[in-house]
Design a protein around this ligand. Structure first.
Ligand code: PNS
Length: 158
């Protein structure tokens, strides 16, 4: 069985993430959407809330599983027997960090291959960070995130 990990902070999940998940699940038997604990990033949503929102959205898609991980991504990939890590690449500005991370992960474990997938063009400007900022300033985020996420954001900032 071909399994891939799609890791991230998912603080919160956006339509761009869902687009990448849809693309990845066509290439693999199973896609594990893995939320990093990432406490050092001081996420807006708790780990539990991020997992809940993922379960209500990506968790409903066939051959997609939601998980969490702490520590090194390559170790989690090994534990899941996944041969690939999926990352979304929106613009050239993403590339430097993504390239560094992919090569470092390959150094740490040569069996883990990183695969970059490009979301639909209309999502190139979309990020969790920008969605949170718009929501915090009272803007409408309903076109950028699933309804349950829009609701969770308005509860946070309402
Ligand atoms: O959604 P993000 O915040 O861009 O995701 C970053 C993430 C979670 C994929 C990255 O921080 C990560 O892999 N963290 C786990 C720790 C790790 O393995 N670090 C070494 C990577 S080179």
């Amino acid at each position: 069985m071909r399994c891939a990990i799609y890791p991230g902070s998912f603080d919160p999940i956006t339509n761009g993430h869902l687009d990448v998940i849809e693309r990845a699940r066509k290439l693999f038997d199973e896609v594990v959407v893995a939320v990093a604990h990432n406490d050092e990033k001081q996420p807006l949503f708790s780990l539990k809330d991020r997992l809940d929102l993922l379960r209500q959205t990506a968790g409903k898609i066939d051959n997609v599983r939601i998980a969490e991980f702490e520590g090194l991504l390559v170790e989690f990939a090994r534990k899941e027997e996944a041969g690939a890590v999926i990352r979304g690449l929106r613009a050239v500005s993403d590339f430097e960090f993504e390239f560094q991370m992919a090569l470092m992960n390959r150094k740490l474990d040569t069996s883990v291959e990183t695969i970059f997938l490009m979301p639909k063009e209309e999502y190139t400007y979309l990020s969790s960070r920008i969605v949170k900022e718009i929501a915090r300033l009272g803007g409408d985020v309903s076109g950028f995130v699933p309804a349950c996420v829009a609701k969770a954001l308005s509860t946070k900032f309402g």
